[in-house]
Design a protein. Structure first.
Length: 417
């Protein structure tokens, strides 16, 4: 399929900013995103409309058949892998969590293979009684936190896989977790409206942030670590900023012109000036400022739920990934849409290259893709999974990609061949 330019090359020299005026997003271009060098869509014959079982149905799952170009496949899980993370301080250490109620620590690369005599230093982290929905390493890379649908957050020693402590909250299923950007403090949001902050050193509850009236679907620390930001799903549709010292809510963004449907995801700009982006269940994307509480733009174009959002650190661009099968690129200066990068089916997650304006998407067709925001083109497609890709992460140096899939495996790819 052909590719069309979405972002002029001279945008590289522009300074990132967000226009304060509220502007509805307009479609500038649609970009066909399947790389012609890779595979084909195994979605059945368009003429007869039958799936692999020979039965008709509109809900048929598309699988793109690609050559397996991963250099490492981990198959220790007994069910779907839905959460993956890369150690920020130890470049050959990764973690995965799955619907088998387990998490694993393991290593990648030839050096790890030789150092571990072929075992890859694998540690099974058992103890959860429900799906491990999220996980993450602390900044030092010495601890891993796992968030379970069983309502527990568990802390593990990365060196030997030993359980350090279990952190308890309200008992509601944990939806996400995040670490303080520098300290050993972990925060997690629950399905029953709460956000908990624990001291990882002793397991003590430092704060309970209460105020959401629906599932707390996503959250993060601000880049300076001085505030916690959380967003609410169905029946809430708010963004809240919390003071970690006092537990008080310092800012709430809610109601028109903000979201009216449940919010799924949130991202903050790394410059620390307060720019935030959010996406909701009805496909709306909003850009706001958590320093002032002002909604700068309400961006339309998606036709289904937005699952992941982010603001580019290198260019004045934003991106949003949706179940409608598109990755949409937005101009933060004009708050208009610069392009729509097409996938064969729904996009579940995305992550950003640490130093380049590249976005990596995970898709239900079993493939992952690298997109250049400067051109809107698909730079590379990564194959090997036999079912939907549910999560994706990139190494701290931007050289390797980690994916987790419904096929029960996690795979590691070189970002560039």
């Amino acid at each position: 399929m052909g590719r069309k330019s979405a972002v002029p090359a001279d945008m590289v020299d522009e300074e990132a900013h967000v226009d304060p005026e509220l502007i509805e997003g307009d479609v500038v271009d649609d970009l066909e995103g399947e790389d012609p060098e890779y595979g084909s869509e195994d979605g059945g014959d368009e003429d007869d409309g039958e799936d692999e079982e020979g039965e008709e149905g509109d809900g048929e799952r598309i699988h793109t058949v690609l050559e397996d170009d991963s250099f490492h496949c981990f198959d220790g899980h007994q069910d779907a892998v839905v959460a993956v993370a890369w150690n920020p301080a130890q470049p050959d250490v990764v973690a995965t969590g799955g619907c088998d109620d387990a998490a694993y620590l393991w290593r990648v690369g030839q050096d790890a293979f030789e150092a571990s005599a072929g075992s890859m230093g694998t540690h099974e982290l058992a103890g959860h009684t429900d799906t491990v929905a999220a996980l993450g390493f602390n900044a030092a890379g010495s601890m891993l936190a796992t968030a379970g649908m069983d309502g527990l957050c568990k802390l593990w020693n990365v060196a030997d896989g030993r359980l350090l402590r279990s952190l308890e909250g309200s008992g509601g299923a944990l939806q996400w977790l995040t670490w303080h950007p520098r300290g050993d403090v972990v925060v997690a949001g629950t399905e029953d409206c709460m956000v908990y902050m624990w001291n990882a050193a002793n397991g003590a509850v430092m704060q309970v942030f209460s105020g959401h009236c629906g599932v707390v679907s996503a959250g993060c620390f601000t880049p300076d670590g001085k505030s916690v930001v959380s967003v609410g799903g169905e029946d809430d549709a708010s963004l809240r900023v919390w003071n970690p010292k006092t537990g008080e809510c310092s800012l709430t963004i809610q109601g028109h012109p903000f979201h009216t449907a449940g919010i799924n995801c949130v991202g903050l700009h790394k410059d620390g000036h307060g720019a935030a982006i959010t996406g909701d269940e009805e496909g709306i994307v909003c850009i706001s400022n958590i320093a002032t509480g002002r909604v700068g733009g309400r961006l339309t174009g998606h036709e289904d739920s937005v699952e992941a959002v982010g603001l580019c650190a290198q260019l004045p661009l934003a991106a949003s990934a949706s179940l409608d099968g598109t990755l949409r690129i937005w101009d933060c200066g004009t708050l208009s849409q610069r392009g729509s990068c097409e996938h064969p089916t729904s996009v579940t997650r995305m992550c950003w290259h640490p130093t380049e304006p590249l976005v990596f998407t995970a898709c239900l067709d079993g493939a992952s893709r690298c997109w250049d925001l400067r051109t809107g083109s698909c730079v590379r497609t990564y194959g090997g999974h036999e079912d939907a890709v549910q999560d994706i992460a990139i190494s701290a140096d931007g050289s390797m990609l980690l994916t987790g899939s419904d096929d029960g495996t996690a795979r590691v790819y070189k970002v560039k061949p």
